[in-house]
Each structure stands twice: as structure tokens, then as C-alpha cells.
Unconditional design. Structure first.
Length: 168
């Protein structure tokens, strides 16, 4: 896996103060994407032990609510396994921290991915410039959904996502 940045004390990409991992690789290539530099899966830096330790140092702080995976697309084929393994390690080491995930894909296409067992909140759907709305919390366009993954997986119909309480 490759990445472009690790953001500390982020307040815009999930609930509370978060650390954000901006991965490289995205096949959605949304028109007017805010991060087109992240589309190339060969771009950025190699995600190594030092990068992981930087994330863990942030998660060690009591005031950090959790981690957000963004990019790029954390579920791009170049990232999926490494992201899943990192999520597993984070949930084991920090069970009270939340994991948010941004993807251009939709819940219906990814709900069966093994990494979903670790995700607390998913923001799904491609960014659509014609549906852009700067008043929306945690998402850029009105087609995107902020999904409570664990409630959805436990529901009687997991194919129908349960929206996160903070979604507008």
C-alpha cells in the first residue's frame, strides 16, 4: 500500500478529532475530485512501519476519537488487503477508537468485504459535482451516505444501510 499523507487532529473527516490516512489509488476519478493526486496507486510513499507508528502515536492520545481511511480509495485493489490488516490491528490495539472509511464505491457492492467487520462508519458513493452541497456533514455531495456499518450488519436486512445519526 502507498499513501500521500497522515493528518493529525482532523475535525472534518469523521466525528471528533481523528487521524486520517490518505491512501494512494482510486479508479473512480470523480469529476472535480478534491484529491486527484491520490488516484495513481503507484504515487505517494510506501506505507511502512514508520507510517504505522505515526498513526499509533496519534491513536495513543486519549483525545483522538479514531482513524479515518480516505484517499484515493482505501478499497482500491492495491489497498484493500493492507487496509483490512491495518484495521484489524487497530481494532485489537484500540478497541474504543472508531474507524471511518471513505470510498467511491457503494455499500451494496462492498458490504461483503471482510474489512467491514472493523468499520464503524462508512461514507459511500462517488463525489458528484452536480450534487455538491457544502452544508452536508462529512460528505461532499448529496448522493453519498454516512452509514452506521455495525448497526447495518446486525440488522435484519444488511443490504439496506442504516444511516449514521449525524448524517443530514
Amino acid at each position: 500500500m502507498r499513501y500521500h499523507n497522515i493528518t493529525h487532529d482532523d475535525m472534518k473527516n469523521g466525528d471528533g478529532l481523528r487521524v486520517v490516512l490518505w491512501v494512494a489509488g482510486c479508479s473512480h476519478c470523480c469529476k472535480e475530485c478534491q484529491n486527484p493526486i491520490t488516484w495513481d496507486p503507484a504515487g505517494g510513499l510506501l506505507f511502512d512501519e514508520a507510517a504505522k507508528m505515526e498513526i499509533f502515536e496519534q491513536l495513543d492520545k486519549d483525545y483522538i476519537s479514531g482513524i479515518t481511511f480516505s484517499g484515493g480509495d482505501p478499497l482500491h485493489a492495491a489497498n484493500r488487503l493492507d487496509v483490512r490488516n491495518l484495521m484489524s490491528e487497530i481494532k485489537e490495539k484500540y478497541p474504543n477508537k472508531t474507524i471511518w472509511l471513505y470510498t467511491g464505491d457503494t455499500w451494496e457492492n462492498i458490504m461483503h468485504y471482510s474489512c467491514m467487520q472493523y468499520v464503524d462508519v462508512l461514507v459511500d458513493g462517488e463525489f458528484k459535482i452536480d450534487l455538491r452541497d457544502v452544508t452536508l456533514k462529512w460528505k461532499g455531495s448529496s448522493n453519498q451516505r454516512v452509514i452506521d456499518v455495525q448497526k447495518t450488519l446486525k440488522s435484519t436486512d444488511p443490504a439496506t444501510p442504516v444511516l449514521h445519526c449525524g448524517d443530514h
